[in-house]
Write a protein that binds this ligand. Sequence first.
Ligand SMILES: [Zn+2]
Length: 116
Amino acid sequence: MSIIFDMTVADPGDPGGWGVWLNSHYLEHQQFVQKAQLSAPGTQMELYDLGLWPLEGGTDWWVDAHYAMHQSLETASGISAPDMQAVDFTDPESWGIFLDLNAQHHAAIRQHYGIT
Ligand SMILES: [Zn+2]
């Protein structure tokens, strides 16, 4: 399988770019679930529709679902998931830190499953 998510940077002021990030990022999470289940059949993996961005009610649902998915990747791969639950999407600096942490874990998981 080839890399389908290489967008490590998204500009908080660019809703269109964020939409592209959300969708390609979600597709890679789907790819990771497939890889984890193929390498260890029966593995239980969390999978939520991260392509949906909460327009009302805050972003807690998305943040929690995303973190749960990274935790299940940690369990499946043995690669520690960074804590990404402290993100504040109203703060561009916090958003940037989140993007970096997420990109690092995705790169490590990609390498673990041989996705190039
Ligand atoms: Zn992620």
